[in-house]
Structures are given as structure tokens and as C-alpha cells.
Design a protein around this ligand. Structure first.
Ligand code: GDP
Ligand code: IMO
Ligand code: MG
Length: 424
């Protein structure tokens, strides 16, 4: 593995949690570097199913140190809840979890601002956020008024700053005739969470760099996906962080010179949660069938995911931006019973055919997909454990994905469980 960055190639929910869990068998350190508890990463081990939001998916491997890096925005109440919940289910966390001193904190007023912004956006402009306060917390960070995890080590300082900020936000809520933050009640919860979390707070930049110089195996766990990246995604229908490979360095404090490998997780079809363009979306029976078979409902918000065909145009661009060395193709089994499968190989935009990915989200919205149709395999793949064991048409489909994205496939996943995975 040496030092690997794993990212989502599409709009999130590609199955990153599952692939990370598989890859971390040999990992010494697993690092989350961006996003917050907007993420929902599912790991199924035997009959048990876990959904992680902030804690890296390496937590199920006893050897791995799990780091929440400086690029992550952390809701202290959510993190406390997640740790306690995992421990209740028998997962020992202890000193294996580290939280960066420099990560920024999310408070109630961020969640409320998130809801307020969404509420005030007109139809067509709504982002469909997870309402976890992610955007407002990153906005505070960039406005240089954020509160960082290191302040949890000093209750007096945290109290002063939290109350000052909450008062400031309450003036905005009052002016908008909205409910305000109950500052004292909220402080009680934060104070308790800060006391609980203090033992995890440390300078994780040092941990990551020491591990890198000792040639340990490090896995960077991306959240969301390339098309939700604030720079490269379908702006403004994106999240507020860099979900792409570069984010692993800025979000952890490790120099790019150490990165050996990039794994891009990609579904055998496409899904999206929330608003924004999605050229290959299927608003028909096939879309419903994929949603039902793939159990495509948000791991964080429970919202039904929008489903559609594989989009080679956006996926190729994503592989380029992320420098993907190997793809991990997930959920191949979900397509098992479809007699025909389509791949988008070009867009028609304002009457013109193109295979270039537009920068302009309005053009992506206007894009009409041009499809290539491939025969399905109409057989179960969930028992396959090698490329050769897959039906011929499934092999052809995967080869075509690799050809169109100009990227080799390294891993195939044919079911949610750990063992339903193989390398090629
Ligand atoms: P993440 O956010 O990228 O970690 O993905 P999610 O956990 O939000 O969503 C992926 C869903 O697909 C989860 O319910 C996984 O258990 C499930 N999953 C992952 N890989 C496979 C697969 O190969 N086949 C099937 N059927 N389900 C899978
Ligand atoms: P994982 O890590 C899918 C989407 C939201 C919304 C947009 C902005 O599980 O792949 P935000 O709350 O971040 O401000 O919302 O981003 N979104 C995700 N979609 N998977 C995720 O995470 C997501 N995290 C955010 O639905 O459209
Ligand atoms: Mg998810």
C-alpha cells in the first residue's frame, strides 16, 4: 500500500467505506482529511453493519491509528456520539483515535445557518445540503473567525469564544426572525463534549509525518466525491471542501512528495444525493430498479439517492484531476439482472456533440447524454472472486469502463461485505 490516497470519483457514496475497510487490513495509519459528518461511510463485517461519519473507516482494524486531520470540520457533539456508539457496539477505540489540534469545530449556529441558507434559496438554487453546518463552518474558517479543536483543551477560552460567536450569530437569527441559539444550554453540551474529546486532541501533523518517514502504510480516506469538490465539482452544487487528491496534503500536513498511489472508488453506475446537474440520471423504472437493488438511500440523511447510468465523460475527467492509478469498481452486482446497460460516451450540449467535460455547471445541466449500449449478463456476480469468474459480458463492461476512463481497474466489489471483493 505504502502511502495511498483513496477518493470518490463520482458524487459520493461510491462505497469508499467498504473499500477502505478492505484496504486497511495492512494499514498503520488511516487519515480523514476533509469534510465532516456530512459523510456516511458504510462498513459491513459479517452480519454487522456500521455507518461512520467522522471516524475513519480503519477503526475496525485493531492495528490502525485513525486520524481526523486538520482539513476536517468536526461537530464535537456528533463525534462524542459516534465514539460512544462504536464503543457500545464493542469496537475499542482507546488511544487509536487522534483529532487534529487544527481541525475546526462545528456548533449549533453553523447547523442553523446551513438550514437558513437552504431555506432562503429559491427553487433551482437549493443545494440540498445535509444540514450538518459544513458550509458555514468552512466559511468561518476562511473568514478567520473559526474555533479550532485545540480550544477544547482550555474550557475558559472555549467558553468565551463560543459564547461571543453565538451572540454574534443570534443577532443574525433575530434579524431573520428565526429561532436563536440557547447559549447556556448549548454551552453545557459543548463543555461536556470538549471534556470527553480532549484526550484525542493532538498535533496529528507530527503523527502523519513520523509515520511517513518510517515508511509505514498510510491510507488517506476521502469523503464525498470529485463532483462535490468546491473547485472542480458542479459548483455551486458542491460541498465546501477539496474532496480531490490534493486535499489529502492540505488536510493532513503531509507533503505531496510522499504520495505513492491513488485509488479512485467508482460505482458501476452513478448516484447523486441532493440537488445539481446529473446528466445520466434515470427518472424511470430502470432508475427505480437500480435504487431498490442497490439500496440507494443516503447513509447520513436517509434521502433516496438519484440513480443513473455510468458517465464516462465526467469519470474520465475525475480520474485525470485525481491522478487515479487504479479504480475500485463497486456495486457491479446491482446491474446483474439488467438485460441492457448503457454508458454515456458523449454529451450533446446546445445541439453540439462533445466528449469534453464543461467547466460551466449550466452547460452540464444542459448536457444530453449520448449512450453506447452493452448487453447485460443476467447472472449473479456476488459469488465471483476473480475477474475470470465473472460472466463474459460483465468482463466486457468493466474493460469498456477502463478504456473510456483511461484508467486501470485494480479492485472489483460485488457485494457490501468485506469478502465480496477481489483484486485484479
Ligand atoms: P461511501 O460514502 O462512499 O462510503 O458509500 P456509502 O456507504 O454511503 O454507500 C455505499 C453503499 O453500498 C453502502 O450501503 C455499502 O454497504 C454498499 N456497497 C458497497 N459496495 C457494494 C457492492 O459492491 N455491492 C453492493 N450491493 N453494495 C455495496
Ligand atoms: P460520502 O462521504 C453524497 C452532498 C449533499 C449536498 C452537497 C452539499 O458519504 O460520500 P453539505 O452538507 O456537504 O454542505 O452538502 O453535498 N453530500 C454528499 N453526497 N455523499 C456524501 O458523503 C455527501 N456529503 C455531502 O447531499 O448535495
Ligand atoms: Mg456515503
Amino acid at each position: 500500500m505504502p502511502i495511498t490516497v483513496l477518493i470518490g470519483v463520482q458524487w459520493g457514496d461510491e462505497g469508499k467505506g467498504k473499500i477502505i475497510d478492505v484496504l486497511t487490513e495492512n494499514a498503520d495509519v488511516v487519515v480523514r482529511f476533509q469534510g465532516g459528518n456530512n459523510a456516511g461511510h458504510t462498513v459491513e463485517i459479517g452480519k454487522k453493519k456500521f455507518v461512520l461519519h467522522l471516524i475513519p473507516s480503519g477503526i475496525f482494524r485493531k492495528k490502525a491509528t485513525c486520524i481526523i486531520g486538520n482539513g476536517v470540520v468536526v461537530d464535537p457533539l456528533a463525534l462524542e456520539h459516534e465514539i460512544k456508539d462504536l464503543e457500545r457496539q464493542g469496537i475499542r477505540i482507546g488511544s487509536r483515535l487522534q483529532l487534529s489540534t487544527r481541525s475546526h469545530l462545528i456548533f449549533a449556529y453553523h447547523r442553523m445557518m446551513d438550514a437558513m441558507h437552504e431555506g432562503s434559496r429559491s427553487e433551482g438554487k437549493k443545494i440540498g445540503t445535509t444540514k450538518r453546518g459544513i458550509g458555514p463552518a468552512y466559511a468561518d474558517k476562511m473568514s478567520r473567525i473559526g474555533i479550532r479543536a485545540l480550544e477544547m483543551l482550555d474550557q475558559k477560552r472555549l467558553e468565551k469564544n463560543f459564547k461571543e460567536h453565538a451572540k454574534y450569530y443570534n443577532t443574525i437569527f433575530k434579524a431573520a426572525k428565526m429561532e436563536t441559539v440557547d447559549i447556556n444550554a448549548e454551552w453545557k453540551k459543548i463543555s461536556a463534549a470538549a471534556k470527553f474529546l480532549a484526550k484525542y486532541v493532538t498535533d496529528t501533523v507530527v503523527t502523519v509525518n513520523e509515520a511517513a518517514t518510517k515508511k509505514k502504510n498510510i491510507l488517506f480516506e476521502g469523503a464525498q466525491g470529485m463532483w462535490l469538490d468546491v473547485d472542480y465539482g458542479t459548483y455551486p452544487f458542491v460541498t465546501s471542501s477539496n474532496t480531490t487528491t490534493g486535499g489529502a496534503c492540505t488536510g493532513s500536513g503531509l507533503s505531496p512528495k510522499y504520495i505513492d498511489n491513488v485509488v479512485g472508488v467508482i460505482k458501476a453506475y452513478t448516484t447523486r444525493v441532493g440537488e445539481g446537474p446529473f446528466p445520466t440520471e434515470l427518472n424511470d423504472k430502470i432508475g427505480e430498479q437500480i435504487r431498490a437493488t442497490g439500496r440507494e438511500f443516503g447513509a447520513t440523511t436517509g434521502r433516496p439517492r438519484r440513480c443513473g447510468w455510468f458517465d464516462a465523460i465526467s469519470s474520465r475527467y475525475s480520474c485525470m484531476v485525481n491522478g487515479v492509478d487504479r479504480l475500485a469498481v463497486t456495486k457491479l452486482d446491482v446491474l446483474d439482472m439488467l438485460p441492457e446497460i448503457k454508458i454515456c460516451t458523449a454529451y450533446k450540449i446546445n445541439g453540439k456533440k462533445t466528449n469534453a467535460m464543461p467547466s460551466d455547471t449550466e452547460e452540464i445541466t444542459a448536457a444530453v447524454p449520448i449512450y453506447e449500449t452493452m448487453p447485460g449478463w443476467c447472472q449473479t456476480t456476488s459469488h465471483a472472486r476473480s475477474f475470470k469468474a465473472l460472466p463474459k459480458n460483465a468482463q466486457k463492461y468493466l474493460k469498456r469502463i477502463s478504456e473510456l476512463t483511461k484508467t486501470k481497474i485494480g479492485i472489483i466489489s460485488v457485494g457490501p461485505n468485506r469478502d465480496q471483493t477481489f483484486h485484479i
